[in-house]
Write a protein that binds this ligand. Structure first.
Ligand code: BES
Ligand code: MN
Ligand code: ZN
Length: 501
């Protein structure tokens, strides 16, 4: 990760590599104040070689005596289209180019006249930090990260402490995103349930949250027929991982509970998937991985809040011990389901985890899952699907989605959809047919949350980059870590709202 400093200063009056954010116009215009000699330099390329389009970068080597050795123009796009995400993308792209061009340090000014200073700073840090992510532990030749040090420049002393605080907060959140990306990117051969749990345990020990791992015997005692059935086909036994972070000093507040689907590999089971793109099913643990990232971030932020994470973790494989279509299983809350497809496994393991979560009487219950291909058909790769039984929490999460750039889009959960889940032999069947597949999956989950305030996020389209994913500097190929920044933002706002009451 990058080391950040903050100081009062102006761009272009010191040696080094300087990032200059630019708005797109006929003649692109700097988004920060600049000394005349730098303005002159820029005017030679602005509008010709460089247009200021979002994520466009242009490097000017300079020979200003005592001045910058390089100016890195980075496009923010049009001023009236500016969002926080423009900063992530522009600074992330600049960081990538600086890293490529072998520089170790850079200066970056904060654009302080559009959004509030904290949010802008956090977005800049996220852009730089998250663009540097690489999953290269399996490569023999690793590319070394050259860029190691960035100095943020602010206008005046009075913003120093605010900006420093934001740098610290954003760094901790990015650490959580790294964790989620790592766990999601891990190949299933090295990240089966037992191993996933072990990694989480280690992270918890270091970050300061509790981790408890329930093994098969205990999962049986807890009557979690969904987890047992789905996990039954693999030599790697299923686990249920419970994480807890309590920053309330043992006040034992009602917890927030975050549940994440972790299917370490989803072959489809007996209802086996076509082999094309099946390798992507190592990403089916992204929901669980995001939960780990959230807890890690909260613990290092020492947020005054109590949060429980629940990760049902299984490998879905066909074998002589695998569950089958036609089987009927019973979940922790007593409901039964007829299995139509063993590939609709996520809802089965979540059913048990949600039932268990509800027993803890949470303030709010959120689950994250790469649940359905149908969600990708509905929304593509630009938003996660949001489903809820409570509009108030939905609106809060939508706002977090806009702030973090991890957008969500709500789909309806009308009671009529439940009719598609009627079974002739059990309380439910696990597949509701092709129409509205993402919604019927959510409707299935809704049977296990009772009256608890609940949001389900289907991250099948957003958890990893796919052909149609928008290319963004700070989202490298593979796992995106989606959900971590979204949920942490939601929880931070819950704390702030409570404190202001
Ligand atoms: N993990 C998949 C969903 C998925 C598909 C995630 C593609 C990411 C990319 C899930 O377990 C699944 O297989 N869902 C089935 C449900 C169907 C059998 C009702 C699907 O979407 O096809
Ligand atoms: Mn599946
Ligand atoms: Zn799955």
């Amino acid at each position: 990760m990058i080391k950040f400093d903050v100081k009062v200063g102006k761009i272009g009056i010191e040696e080094g590599v300087h990032i200059i954010p630019m708005y797109e116009e006929d003649v692109p215009r700097p988004a920060v104040e600049l000394p005349d000699n730098v303005k002159d330099l820029i005017s030679k390329v602005a509008g010709r070689d460089f247009k200021g389009r979002l994520e466009e970068v242009y490097i000017i080597p300079t020979i200003v005596p005592g001045g910058p050795e390089r100016i890195v123009l980075t496009g923010l796009g049009k001023r009236d289209e500016l969002e926080l995400d423009s900063f992530r993308r522009a600074y992330g792209r600049a960081a990538l180019r600086i890293d490529e061009s072998m520089s170790e340090t850079a200066f970056a000014p904060i654009v302080s006249d559009v959004f509030d200073l904290e949010s802008t700073t956090e977005s800049i840090i996220e852009g730089i930090e998250l663009s540097m992510y690489r999953f290269d532990r399996y490569r023999s030749e690793k590319k070394e990260q050259k860029l190691k040090h960035v100095t943020l420049l602010v206008n005046d002393e009075s913003s120093l402490s605010k900006v420093k605080k934001s740098v610290e907060v954003a760094g901790k959140i990015c650490r959580g995103v790294y964790t989620a990306r790592d766990l999601t990117n891990m190949p299933s051969i090295d990240c089966y349930p037992e191993k996933f749990a072990k990694i989480v345990y280690e992270i918890g020990r270091r970050a300061g949250f509790k981790v408890r791992v329930y093994q098969v015997k205990e999962i049986e005692d807890m009557s979690m027929g969904g987890i047992l059935a789905v996990g039954g086909g693999s030599i790697h036994k299923p686990v249920l991982i419970e994480l807890e972070y309590d920053g309330t000093g043992g006040r034992n507040d009602r917890p927030y509970i975050i549940v994440g689907k972790a299917v370490t590999f989803d072959s489809g089971g007996i209802s086996i998937k076509p082999s094309e793109k099946m390798e992507e099913m190592k990403y089916d643990k992204a929901g669980g991985a995001a939960v780990v990232g959230v807890l890690e971030a909260l613990a290092s932020l020492r947020l005054p809040i109590r949060v429980i994470g629940l990760i049902p973790c299984v490998e879905n494989l066909p074998s002589g011990t695998a569950y089958r279509p036609g089987d009927i299983i019973r979940f922790r809350n007593g409901k039964s389901a007829e299995i139509i497809s063993t590939d609709a496994e996520g809802r089965l393991i979540l059913a048990d985890a949600l039932s268990y979560a509800v027993e803890k009487n949470p303030k709010a219950l959120i689950d994250l899952a790469t649940l359905t291909g149908a969600c990708i058909i509905a929304l593509g790769t630009h938003a996660s699907g949001l489903f809820t039984n409570n509009q108030e929490i939905a609106e809060k999460i939508k706002r977090s989605g806009e702030r973090t750039g991890e957008r969500v889009w709500q789909l309806p959960l009308w009671k009529q959809y439940k009719e598609q889940l009627r079974s002739d032999v059990a309380d439910l069947k696990n597949v509701g047919g092709r129409p509205a597949g993402a919604i019927t999956a959510a409707a299935f989950l809704s049977e296990f949350v009772g009256e608890t305030v609940w949001v389900h996020l289907d991250i099948a389209g957003t958890a990893y980059t796919q052909e149609t994913s928008e290319s963004k500097s700070y989202i490298p190929k593979g796992a995106t870590g989606v959900g971590v920044r979204l949920i942490v933002d939601y929880l931070i706002n819950e704390v702030e709202q409570k404190e202001s009451k």
